[in-house]
Design a protein around this ligand. Structure first.
Ligand code: NAD
Ligand code: TYD
Length: 351
């Protein structure tokens, strides 16, 4: 049977890299990118592949049950790669219900539509749920998240993703649905919306605005270049075991303050500014409520079972990322006009 793969959230940051990889690498698959184009979705991210004959875009909302059911009946999607989500922790603190709606209800509507289509004839079909390491909660100074770490989410975002992971598993256990889940660490790279730390700081350096560091800046994240995440997703989709979870991470922990200093150093050098100029913009601001201290992934399962490892070092990935933003200032200006300004004023008032 020809594969007709539904990728949700394909106009977003990670989704656009996954769509590009599948469309260009697998000409024998039909790829359907379903996205409601929220503030985070941008078809400019896929301009270079929109004319490919195996690429199809559908503007729809995953929480619109009638439309989703109709689309599954009409297109008979053989597989789902589910990335559509509300994805920003700070927004989840201001508007938790939006996260419950899209991340929990939206996932359930997709699961149900998939079950209604293939129940009892599951062979050759798969629901792939893309999730986050934030479902595991926070680590102290030591230790790593493994696939068997208990879920312990702290933010409305991570609680909604944890809930969606549980529903995916429940459909696997209850209805025999073949699924796979991956929980990945923080991504960075081209097309990252500038409300997240790295692209926000790149944009603020370019516009001479303060670089807001929450609390004391000692919070730690494990950063992975987005294209390495897309490569891992391709591998797990084709080679991963059904009913399994794989953790994906960069083996690359940074405290926020050190990361921003490294970014400033690279930006100064690329912009031909005196060393230390951008660092002067660093400003410590009010902390995020419920801020998780540290995330760090043990990615040895995907490494040993599927042979995946990151392909670029952090220095290379960060350099590529900065170059992309410097070469795509129009993209940056476009996404930071309009509503972004309101969001920014609200989030960083007085800073
Ligand atoms: P993003 O916010 O950049 O993109 C989300 C996309 O989903 C956007 O294109 C948006 O328009 C679309 N969308 C949102 N609500 C929708 C709805 N109701 N119906 C249809 N489309 C909708 O997010 P991202 O950073 O690319 O993350 C993608 C996925 O990967 C998410 O599930 C996220 O939880 C997960 N993840 C992200 C990271 C990260 O560091 N960004 C790390 C691990 C896992
Ligand atoms: P973010 O990019 O929002 O990702 P996540 O919350 O999913 O990890 O934030 C990364 C880290 O940077 C996190 O510890 C919060 C911190 N941060 C700041 O210090 N200042 C900021 O303006 C932002 C957006 C994040």
């Amino acid at each position: 049977m020809k594969k007709k793969i539904l990728i949700t959230g394909g106009a977003g940051f990670i989704g656009s890299h996954v769509v590009r990889r599948f469309v260009t690498k697998y000409s024998d698959y039909d790829i359907f990118n379903l996205d409601s184009l929220t503030y985070a979705g941008n078809l400019e991210n896929l301009k270079d592949i929109e004319a490919y004959p195996n690429y199809h875009f559908i503007k729809a909302d995953i929480t619109d049950e009638a439309t989703i059911n109709k689309l599954f009946e009409e297109h008979q999607f053989t597989d789902v790669l589910h990335l559509a989500a509300e994805s920003h922790v700070d927004r989840s603190i201001t508007d938790p219900l939006a996260f419950a709606k899209t991340n929990i209800l939206g996932t359930m509507i997709l699961l149900n539509a998939f079950k209604n289509l293939w129940s009892e004839r599951w062979d050759g079909h798969r629901f792939y749920h893309i999730s986050t390491d934030e479902v595991y909660g926070t680590l102290g100074e030591t230790g790593l998240f493994t696939e068997t770490t208990s879920y312990d989410p702290n933010s409305p975002y991570s609680a909604s993703k944890a809930s969606s992971d549980h529903f995916v598993r429940a459909y696997g256990e209850t209805y025999g649905m073949p699924y796979v889940i991956t929980n990945c660490s923080n991504n960075y790279g081209p097309n990252h919306f500038p409300e997240k730390l790295i692209p926000l700081c790149i944009n603020n350096i370019l516009t001479g605005k303060p670089l807001p560091i929450y609390g004391n800046g000692k919070y730690t994240r494990d950063w992975l270049y987005v294209i390495d995440h897309a490569i891992a997703i391709d591998l797990v989709f084709h080679k991963g075991e059904n009913h399994e979870t794989y953790n994906i991470g960069g083996f690359n922990e940074w405290q926020n303050i050190d990361l921003v200093r490294e970014l400033c150093k690279q930006m100064d050098s690329k912009l031909g500014k005196d060393e230390g100029s951008s660092e002067k913009l660093i400003t410590f601001v009010k902390d995020r409520p419920g801020h998780d201290l540290r995330y760090a992934i043990d990615a040895s399962k995907i490494n040993q079972e599927l042979g995946w490892a990151p392909s670029v070092t952090f220095e290379e990935g960060l350099s590529n990322t900065i170059d992309w933003y410097l070469n795509n200032e129009d993209w940056l200006q476009e996404v930071t006009s309009g509503n972004y300004q309101n969001y920014y004023q609200n989030q960083y008032k007085g800073e």
